[in-house]
Design a protein around this ligand. Structure first.
Ligand code: SF4
Length: 246
């Protein structure tokens, strides 16, 4: 019996959520409440369009050759895709059967038996670490940091290729001491093959307004190039390649 997935939207030729050309699936549902979230319209798991795994797979396979040529694949993001772990499990199995590479973009907050099984069919995890200071993490996301670090430990133990993502928000996540601590921490994770430094932007601000929610970062500016370079150089002390989008 198939599980129904609730999906916010699909993007057939994504290039920023993993290697190559990607079919990106934006899943509904998230338990975090990140101040800088640009997809707050994904938070409610009861919204979105309903798909069976087979229906979604029919969409994905149309782009299989593009994905294959470019070294790409499918990325499940959101929202937090692992809120719908049963559906993700069915999808990652189907992708494996089709020989399509899978990336999971996650906060690492949800961890259970189904997630563990889904990770067996996952080629790359894009792990979003919103901050390395537990107090700041709680302020930024509304939840605790420790599940994400435990998730990272699991990925290391299972040798699952992982890219760590860090969103740099001036006056919120630019605590340089904690970024240095994150870089030091990642030295112990050979499975982490890259760090992606992402500059804060306000492209999702209008969604907060449409949903009638207060956008707390209305007066926050995008990070300067100097700040991005500074943080990039700190993250490089981890010994990992670092990319950034400014
Ligand atoms: S984890 Fe992602 S989708 Fe959820 S609130 Fe944070 S930025 Fe938004």
């Amino acid at each position: 019996m198939s599980t129904i997935g609730r999906i916010h939207s699909l993007e057939s030729c994504g290039t920023v959520d993993g290697p190559g050309v990607r079919f990106v699936v934006f899943m509904q549902g998230c338990v975090l409440r990140c101040q800088f979230c640009h997809n707050p319209d994904t938070w409610d798991v009861n919204k979105g369009n309903q798909f069976t795994p087979k229906q979604l797979m029919n969409e994905i396979v149309k782009y299989k050759s593009y994905m294959g040529f470019s070294g790409g694949g499918v990325t499940f993001t959101g929202g937090e895709p692992l809120i719908q772990a049963e559906f993700i499990l069915e999808m990652v199995k189907l992708c494996r059967e089709e020989g399509i590479s899978v990336a999971l973009d996650t906060s690492g907050f949800v961890f259970n038996k189904t997630v563990i099984e889904a990770l067996e069919y996952t080629d790359l995890v894009l792990l979003d670490i919103k901050n390395f200071n537990p107090l700041v993490y709680k302020t930024v996301t509304g939840v605790a940091l420790s599940p994400t670090l435990e998730f990272l430990d699991y990925l290391r133990d299972k040798k699952i290729n992982t890219w760590v993502r860090y969103v740099l928000v001036p006056a919120l996540t630019d605590n340089l001491d904690s970024i240095q601590e994150l870089a030091d921490h990642l030295k112990g994770y050979p499975n982490v093959s890259k760090i992606e430094l992402l500059g804060f932007h306000k492209m999702g601000e209008y969604k907060w307004k449409e949903l009638g929610m207060e956008y707390m970062l209305a007066d926050t500016k995008e990070p300067s190039k100097d700040l991005m370079l500074k943080v990039e150089s700190i993250l490089r002390t981890s010994g990992k390649p670092v990319t950034f989008n400014a």
